[in-house]
Write a protein that binds this ligand. Structure first.
Ligand SMILES: [Zn+2]
Length: 435
């Protein structure tokens, strides 16, 4: 796995946000019901966007994380050369608009499909068959075929709850990095059930797997050769300030690399200024408590969500955590206050062992969030906490009919990807996602 192409992720996500939200607002203003049918948003959202001032639409669109999800199946990609009718003849008037959005969506998807890890992290495309189909498209596909499918290839992920949090009434809107964190963690109940189920399955599999106890042997010969994948994984861990002994510990089961070998590399990667004699050690990074701040918990959850995408794409869970962290830190926030070491110790390990760290879902914000067992009673959704502190928007006061409007589920797209590791049948899902 490499980092090529990742740095551009946020601006590509933003460009497609802009195109989609502009299109959605345009359709909503002229015919909200069409917006519901074409874009799969609840009617309340369409009506709201229709009346929204441009400044707020801009705020939404410039979120540096995708506010959309791909609506692709392998079959749909393979059938792109065919010109197909829109859902109803009434919708034909929107074909040029759909084509405009699809061209951009296709260009984006095809570019990231070159590297499946990037496709998962940037576009949330995790299905291997879809990726292969995208890779096999001819170069002119995005120019010529955008108008063909008669449906959108990317649909917005916007609910009333999300919009409430993303926007604030006063003129200094919600900070864009916070909007990004919310976009990364947003998740409807059905998706939440799937994530939780997948985590439980993984944890159960981990507990039954026969693991030969590995121990450090002083006489163990140092590794003389490492597979390229292993060495880039190790370098990523060192780059993110993990101590050589910690890396050795994590890698014991799979490799013979030894801390002694890593010390020199670690020194070169993170040269530390010499500490004056008697001066206190700098422990700020590792000692910041992940559970102690809503912002850190939200960042940790965002990284966790990225890890889930990589796992869906077939990356082994531990590696997925390292690469998800690497992507988040390199792309969004190198100083996010959550260290890789903490992510592994406080999130990855306890979840795999089925202890301490759990997932929660906030119906008020529509986000998934990490919670600690000991603090489960006092810790609420970090977005709610930050909203109370004025960092996110507040929920609007509900009129009587309001709740009913919100309960109107998102139309189910047959085209939504069904990642291989998800098994909706077992969690009793299969209903329309109500995000
Ligand atoms: Zn909340």
């Amino acid at each position: 796995m490499t980092q090529t192409g990742m740095a551009k992720g946020p601006s590509d996500q933003k460009t497609l946000n802009e195109e989609l939200i502009e299109g959605l607002a345009e359709v909503s203003r002229r015919n909200p019901q069409h917006a519901v049918e074409l874009f799969g948003v609840p009617l309340g959202v369409a009506m709201r966007l229709a009346a929204m001032p441009d400044a707020q639409l801009d705020d939404l669109a410039t979120t540096p994380v995708a506010l959309w999800r791909p609506a692709l199946t392998e079959r749909l990609v393979r059938r792109l050369p065919e010109h197909r009718p829109m859902l109803t003849p009434d919708h034909e008037m929107w074909r040029p608009l759909v084509k405009r959005i699809n061209r951009l969506a296709l260009a984006t998807f095809v570019r990231y499909a070159d590297d499946p890890a990037s496709a998962a992290l940037v576009c949330d495309i995790t299905d291997r068959e879809v990726i292969r189909a995208l890779q096999e498209l001819p170069a002119f596909a995005f120019l010529e075929w955008g108008g063909n499918p008669g449906t959108l290839l990317a649909v917005p992920r916007l609910s009333d709850a999300i919009i409430d949090r993303l926007l604030r009434a006063d003129d200094d809107g919600v900070e864009s990095s916070l909007r990004g964190l919310l976009a990364l963690t947003q998740c409807c109940e059905q998706e939440f059930a799937l994530i939780r189920h997948a985590v439980q399955q993984e944890s159960a599999a981990y507990r039954v797997a026969e693991r030969t106890p590995v121990s450090k042997r002083s006489g163990r010969p140092p590794a003389s050769f490492l597979m390229p994948g292993t060495s880039s994984l190790i370098l990523a861990m060192l780059r993110h300030q993990m101590r050589p002994t910690e890396v050795e510990e994590r890698m014991l089961a799979t490799s013979d690399v030894r801390a002694a070998q890593l010390r020199g590399i670690a020194e070169t990667l993170n040269p530390k200024p010499r500490r004056d004699k008697g001066a206190p050690r700098d422990r700020t990074r590792d000692h910041r408590d992940l559970w102690g701040s809503a912002h850190r918990r939200l960042s940790a959850t965002a990284i966790f969500c990225l890890q889930r995408r990589l796992v869906d794409a077939g990356v082994e869970a531990f590696e997925a955590m390292v690469w998800a962290y690497d992507y988040y830190a390199c792309t969004y926030d190198a100083d996010c206050g959550v260290s890789l070491s903490r992510m592994l110790r406080d999130v990855f390990t306890p979840m795999r062992e089925g202890a301490d760290t759990h997932l929660g879902h906030c119906a008020r914000c529509g986000v998934v969030h990490l919670a600690h067992e000991e603090k489960i009673g006092i810790i609420e959704c970090p977005v709610c906490v930050l909203a109370r502190a004025g960092k996110f928007g507040q929920r609007r006061a509900r009129i009587d009919k309001g709740d009913r409007v919100e309960a109107a589920a998102m139309r189910e797209f047959g085209a939504w990807p069904q990642p291989g590791t998800w098994s909706p049948a077992r969690v009793g899902g299969g209903g329309a996602g109500s995000s």
